[in-house]
Design a binder for this molecule. Structure first.
Ligand SMILES: Cc1cc2nc3c(=O)[nH]c(=O)nc-3n(C[C@H](O)[C@H](O)[C@H](O)COP(=O)(O)O)c2cc1C
Length: 301
């Protein structure tokens, strides 16, 4: 059976990756699992300058999920180059750099300063970030901004651009089409879902930042529906994520139309989950006589 998938001009050895922000830059997990078995590592967000992130607590458990407002804490480009790149150069699976920012210039700077690195195979553009120049509304909620930003980043690199969509919009297919029109090679969906938890004794949001991002099994049906909708709206491959806790969950995404998947919050329960998911996908393909990943897409209209 053939597990390989193509995204733009690169090939992933298999569809199972690790979601941005739940796997750091891979170093710590490298002690727990064999990174060479992964389809790809999607790194933590990178912004030009280092960010400490939001005030704590920035993570709280919810029914079937977690709510977080990390605030894109990351080392910034300088420290990424000196401290993270030497490790990433040793990694034997594709590495996809998650690019974030508060302005268009931030996204451009991250790509311009990392495009020469051979250890980076592709970019995942996190457009769920608030755009400070547009009153803090997320880039990813406005199709015009999405097409513009994607088009500008397209000119800076020949590496694949995977545009990562927020589900916090009225019609995700409009945003997906805008990214495709801007030159995206793939769409990943979904980022976290807006949520809030209130401490009734303190009469305050548990997370000081207030409305935060919900992830985990609670959002899986939202993610599967997004993968289904987006894969029918665009011609480029879709990477599905949100609440994958087992091979069966991942298979739902593939049947919905995704060509690859990412394991995120599930890693906090079981760091070996990506390998188990990969084994489960292979088993399912054997049992159902599927020869390649696109065969998953032949069942559901
Ligand atoms: C603690 C945490 C940090 C995250 N950081 C990022 C990030 O830096 N960039 C990004 O694009 N998504 C980030 N995400 C979103 C995840 O990559 C993923 O889209 C979301 O959690 C849904 O998948 P899951 O339910 O499998 O976790 C983060 C999620 C969590 C839980």
């Amino acid at each position: 059976m053939d597990l390989k998938i193509n995204i733009g001009n690169i090939q992933l050895p298999n569809p199972v990756g690790t979601a941005s922000g739940t796997f750091g830059f891979g170093e710590e997990y490298g002690e727990l699992l064999d990174l060479s078995q992964l389809g790809a590592i999607y790194t933590k967000a990178l912004t030009p300058m280092p960010r400490d992130g939001n005030a704590v607590p920035r993570l709280v458990e919810t029914p079937s999920g977690i709510l977080n407002s990390i605030g894109l804490a990351n080392p910034g480009i300088e420290k990424f180059l000196s401290d993270k790149v030497p490790f990433l150069e040793t990694v034997k699976c594709p590495v996809i750099l998650n690019v974030s920012g508060s302005t268009e210039a931030d996204y451009k700077e991250v790509i311009e300063r990392t495009d020469n690195l051979e250890c980076i195979d592709a970019y995942e553009i996190n457009i769920s970030c608030p755009n400070v120049k547009h009153g803090g509304l997320a880039f990813g909620t406005d199709p015009i901004q999405v097409e513009n930003l994607t088009g500008k980043l397209r000119k800076l690199t020949v590496k694949p651009l995977i545009v990562k969509l927020t589900p916090n919009v009225t019609d995700i297919s409009v945003i997906a089409k805008a990214a495709e029109a801007g030159g995206a090679d793939s769409i990943s969906c979904i980022n976290t879902v807006r949520g809030m938890v209130i401490d009734t004794k303190r009469k305050q949001s548990v997370i000081p930042a207030g409305i935060s991002g919900l992830s985990g099994p609670a959002i899986r049906p939202v993610g599967v529906a997004a993968a289904y909708t987006v894969s029918r709206a665009v011609k480029i491959p879709v990477v599905g994520l949100g609440g994958i806790m087992s091979a069966d969950d991942a298979i739902q995404y593939l049947l919905a139309g995704a060509s690859a998947i990412q394991v995120g919050t599930g890693l906090f329960v079981d760091p070996l989950l990506p390998i188990k998911v990969l084994n489960g996908i292979q088993q399912y393909m054997k049992e159902n006589q599927l020869e390649k990943i696109s065969d998953f897409h032949t069942f559901i209209n």
